[in-house]
Design a protein around this ligand. Sequence first.
Ligand code: URA
Length: 238
Amino acid sequence: MRLDKYLSDMGIGTRTELKKMIRKGQVSVNGVAVKDPGCDVSEDAAVTVNGALIPYETLVYYMLHKPAGIISASEDPREATVIDLLPEPRRKDLFPVGRLDRDTEGLLLITNDGDLAHRLLSPKHHVDKIYYARVSGQVTAPDVAAFRKGLVLPDGLECMPAELEVLSVNGAETEGFQSEVRITIREGKFHQIKRMFQAIGMEVLYLKRLSMGPLQLDPELKPGESRRLTERERMALK
Ligand code: URA
């Protein structure tokens, strides 16, 4: 296929952008700089853009440790998004699978695989999402039971049963308590966990997603860091 088609299929840029990059000498094929956008390349050629290898692959999967302060969107006219945290050059067809609030940290899957995203997000499939949270107040056994039964929020929204595990309770009566919990939810409504705690009179002070279905946040990734999913992780998600 043509070199500019190869790179456009990989989502590196528009045909016009790519032609410019190729003519400027930013693209090499099998170690040789190529300035002709129409140059014939095979799918197994070693194509690099500014030294970075761009294999011919249709579906790509990244795990990002989302930091606080960044929005979960594909693009935004005003500010950086989670996609901007991925290494360059990055495909233009990537999107985050579901949203974490701006102040939430943790596991975010980024891909261009729409079918997988649909399966992971569809309420029908009930994929477990596990979060660590620090909340104001003392989480009690009746709170755990209420989450397990399925909370009804003040606006009438009925939540599916959620597992709430109390990890620790800190503080004292005078200065106020804080609880550390692990919570498992099977749906992903807007501000779901914050609204669930609000419904029992508590505030979420810190929230981090630890896992989504079989995919667990890699403890080696610092906030803002990402990596490709391994073959085993990809298989587990299918
Ligand atoms: N629940 C929330 O309230 N916020 C998130 O970011 C994720 C789940």
